[in-house]
Design a protein around this ligand. Structure first.
Ligand SMILES: [Zn+2]
Length: 147
């Protein structure tokens, strides 16, 4: 069976689904509202903007976790963590990229990289970043990406 056809494993405790069986995770449930509580209106608007952009790419499951709100296609490949003055967005990509808003890269070797972007306004999502968001979505969908 190919990775694409393999059914997702569902955690019997929290019901979350994963590409890998017995995937280590926190079963704790947190609401999106918890992450947005107390944030200023411009951050709420920025969150809605980013959320809408992600949904424009294709269907996703929204999975709020301890450290942020994660967007799952098959795998979870896009994350948003709202703060008082910005939103940190993480994208799981399969290659090295450069972008002015990258502030940190976690290298997972053959699995790829998780890039951290600090987003302070809608204008930060420029065409190159929008392309990277779509690329991260494709990683989450486990479509063939360039190696
Ligand atoms: Zn669980």
């Amino acid at each position: 069976m190919t990775a694409r056809k393999r059914p997702l494993w569902r955690c019997p405790i929290c019901g979350r689904t994963f590409v890998t069986r017995n995937m280590s995770h926190s079963c704790r449930r947190i609401s999106v509202a918890t992450h947005l509580a107390g944030k200023p209106p411009e951050i709420l608007a920025l969150y809605r903007f980013l959320h809408d952009r992600i949904r424009q790419i294709g269907p996703v499951t929204v999975d709020p976790q301890g450290r942020g709100i994660v967007f799952q296609v098959r795998a979870r490949s896009i994350g948003l963590a709202p703060h008082a003055r910005w939103i940190d967005m993480t994208l799981w990509l399969k290659r090295d990229v450069t972008h002015a808003r990258v502030r940190k890269v976690d290298d997972y070797g053959a699995l790829g990289r998780v890039l951290h972007f600090r987003i302070t306004s809608e204008a930060d999502v420029d065409p190159p970043l929008w392309r990277l968001m779509r690329e991260a979505y494709a990683v989450g969908a486990q479509r063939a990406t360039r190696s």
